[in-house]
Write a protein that binds this ligand. Structure first.
Ligand SMILES: CC(C)(COP(=O)(O)OP(=O)(O)OC[C@H]1O[C@@H](n2cnc3c(N)ncnc32)[C@H](O)[C@@H]1OP(=O)(O)O)[C@@H](O)C(=O)NCCC(=O)NCCS
Length: 175
């Protein structure tokens, strides 16, 4: 294969990678079981541990969307709504809400499930921004995301507005 043909083929691969993607193509669900070492002396999960699970599930969704390595650029405000106890199942759902040029907002929601009763509690939601990187560690383009359901369309529009606000705040050095 000549260099020219190899270059043309790899460009075609890159074009394919950059095709728009559905939200469902990168949606991710991870389940953890809270272990004693994840908890404080009261048997309640550490916030930092839950944030680690959130970051990991978000990174999987972002990587599935970009098909490139990603780094966490920012994490939005988080409020812990209910304690998660040792032995609980933790269901972490992540979906790409919006994709810019090289960055994407991933919405992550966390529920805890009592393994004995099956009762679930919404514990935490947050928005994380990931940036896709090329082989030299520089931001690299990612596919657009196509929201299809009403909920996805609403999340897309909300994420687009959050991005605009954050760009403005960063420009004014408020964040
Ligand atoms: C995130 C990072 C790659 C951005 O690099 P950069 O050279 O500032 O990139 P740019 O200014 O060209 O911005 C690239 C994209 O990232 C977005 N971005 C940059 N900083 C951001 C931030 N703090 N929050 C949200 N988005 C951000 C930009 O808006 C831009 O998005 P777009 O391409 O969709 O328009 C770089 O700051 C970095 O490597 N940070 C450390 C990441 C890391 O190690 N995370 C783990 C922490 S332990």
């Amino acid at each position: 294969m000549t260099l020219e043909v190899a270059e043309r083929e790899s460009k075609t691969e890159e074009d394919k990678r950059l095709n728009s993607k559905l939200v469902s193509e990168s949606q991710t669900e991870v389940i953890q079981v809270v272990q004693p070492e994840d908890t404080n002396p009261m048997g309640v999960a550490f916030g930092g541990k839950v944030m680690q699970w959130m970051d990991l599930a978000g990174a999987v969704a972002a990587t599935r969307h970009a098909r490139r390595p990603v780094v966490t650029a920012s994490v939005d405000h988080l409020s812990f709504l209910a304690p998660i106890h040792v032995g609980d199942f933790v269901i972490i759902k992540a979906a790409v809400n919006y994709a810019g040029t090289t960055s994407m907002e991933v919405g992550v929601s966390i529920e805890s499930e009592d393994p004995q009763t099956g009762q679930r509690h919404h514990t935490l939601s947050g928005y994380l921004t990931f940036v896709a990187l090329d082989g030299r560690g520089k931001p690299t383009p990612i596919p657009k995301v196509v929201p299809t359901t009403e909920q996805e369309k609403q999340r897309y529009e909300e994420a687009r507005r959050r991005r605009q606000l954050k760009l403005q705040w960063r420009a004014e050095e408020l964040i």
